[in-house]
Write a protein that binds this ligand. Structure first.
Ligand code: PLP
Length: 438
């Protein structure tokens, strides 16, 4: 092992991007913490497999307890809690969660429409800001690519999807004899941190019996603070909700919470019942199983599964709601500080108002109008900052504008690191602008 670890240090570490650096501001954060590491060690060390309840009763039951705790901490509507008839599962990624809910929605609709042939008529809806995994998921469950609607958003709605835009697309499809199946709403989009109008989208979707999924992969963590729970207003109109604790909730990879209002929709699409997985000691009516027993293999794609619940349980025990709120607020405050500096510097502009801990900004067009030169100068600025090795950020493009993203959220990122990156940006901006003037 000593030699192997020496090789890791010499040959592998120098080639890694250090996601846990406090100066990592790219993509979205992938939090790690000492409690997360301890939880992960317990999970991989015990290496139990809670696919059916009897295969590891405490692991299956702890998962149900932990997802209910999380739902309550985020202020999710009761219908997503086990004791109210809903429930949750811990999966590895939002992509898997979306595939599972798409399969559930598809089978529910096909049951209603009377057969598999109707799949050609099912239509799914997303915005131009929805994460690309949704399109992948729709393809995987057999939705014809021509029935995938990408609805445009605009600066006027802060790049959030509005019911009005959805209504126009849905009415058109219904007029063609198509069947609206599924709408993916996002709280905290990947590119810009935009928020879709959940309540009005939910109301619109209900008119057509559409499944509504609420993707809060990144921003869902902020809902631990009551002042951010308004962004989930209308969640009671959704059929499913997901968020990734492994992004911003001090949870080492991997962990995605998926809640559904009607677990039967999910299990109808995903159940298998081979003899070798029957719960030991349970008779045909399920007697012998604990009342709260869940066979989590029926809530996800794979059968074999990790004991993620113990990790999240350790994290919640260790940091508590107050500790988590402080963690989120620290990053939001640092992002706010950065946004204010950008807004006060006339060379720069904030491209979309910040809602969480993501700031989207750029060097403003010198001519006052968007042009290629502005995009080039911003590309050069981002490249110069990243090449310095002192910070790492990524970009997005919206309405043809090249935008730099500063995603604050690393577990060890403090205001001081954000201040340093602002200094770095100002220095590099001066260099890059000088080059363009020449
Ligand atoms: N949805 C949103 C809003 C995201 O930001 C991301 C990843 O950044 C995803 C979905 C995809 O998540 P996963 O990689 O867990 O599938």
């Amino acid at each position: 092992m000593e030699h192997i670890l020496e090789d890791v240090r010499r040959d592998i570490l120098p080639g890694l991007t250090h996601w846990q650096s406090p100066r990592f501001f790219a993509f979205f954060p992938m939090n790690a913490s000492s409690a997360g590491l301890a939880g992960e060690m317990l999970s991989v060390g015990l290496n139990v497999v809670p696919f059916v309840w009897a295969a590891s009763p405490a692991a299956a039951e702890l998962e149900s307890v932990v997802v209910d705790w999380m739902a309550r901490l985020f202020g999710l509507p009761r219908r997503f809690l086990f004791y109210s008839g809903g429930g949750g599962v811990l999966q590895g990624s939002t992509c898997e969660a979306v595939v599972c809910t798409l399969a559930a929605a598809r089978d529910r609709a096909l049951g209603r429409l009377g057969g598999h042939e109707a799949i050609a008529r099912l239509v799914v809806y997303a915005s131009d800001q929805t994460h690309a995994t949704f399109q992948k998921g729709a393809r995987l469950v057999g939705i014809p690519p021509s029935n995938f609607r990408v609805i445009r958003t605009s600066a006027a709605s802060g790049y959030g999807l509005t019911a009005e835009a959805v209504r126009a697309a849905v009415d058109h499809d219904v007029g063609l004899g198509l069947v609206p199946l599924y709408l993916c709403a996002t709280v905290g989009t990947t590119g810009l941190g935009a928020v879709d109008h959940v309540r009005e989208l939910g109301e619109e979707a209900r008119r057509h019996g559409m499944w509504v999924h609420l993707d809060a992969a990144y921003a869902g963590s902020a809902a631990i603070c009551p002042d951010f729970q308004d962004y989930l207003d209308g969640a009671e109109l959704a059929d499913s909700v997901s968020m990734n604790p492994h992004k911003w909730f001090l949870t080492n990879m991997d962990c995605c919470c998926l809640w559904v209002a009607r677990p039967r929709d999910l299990t109808s699409a995903l159940s298998t019942d081979p003899e070798y997985l029957k719960n030991v000691g349970a008779d045909d009516d399920g007697a012998g199983k604990a009342p709260a027993a869940i066979d989590y293999k029926d809530w996800q794609i794979s059968m074999t599964r990790r004991f993620r619940a113990i990790k999240l349980w350790v994290i919640l025990r260790r940091y508590g709601a107050a500790g988590m709120r402080a963690h989120i607020r620290r990053h939001v405050a640092a992002a706010k500080w950065f946004e204010q500096r950008v807004a006060a510097d006339e060379r720069f502009e904030v491209v979309v108002p910040r809602r969480f801990s993501l700031v989207c900004f750029r060097l403003a067009p010198r001519s006052g109008r968007d042009d290629d030169a502005t995009n080039h100068v911003n590309r050069d600025l981002l490249a110069a900052v990243n090449a310095s090795g002192r910070a790492f950020m990524t970009h997005f493009v919206v309405d043809g504008k090249f935008v730099i993203r500063l995603a604050v959220g690393g577990a060890s990122t403090e205001l001081q690191h954000v201040m340093e990156v602002w200094d770095l940006l100002q220095g590099k901006a001066a260099e890059v602008l000088q080059h363009y003037v020449k």
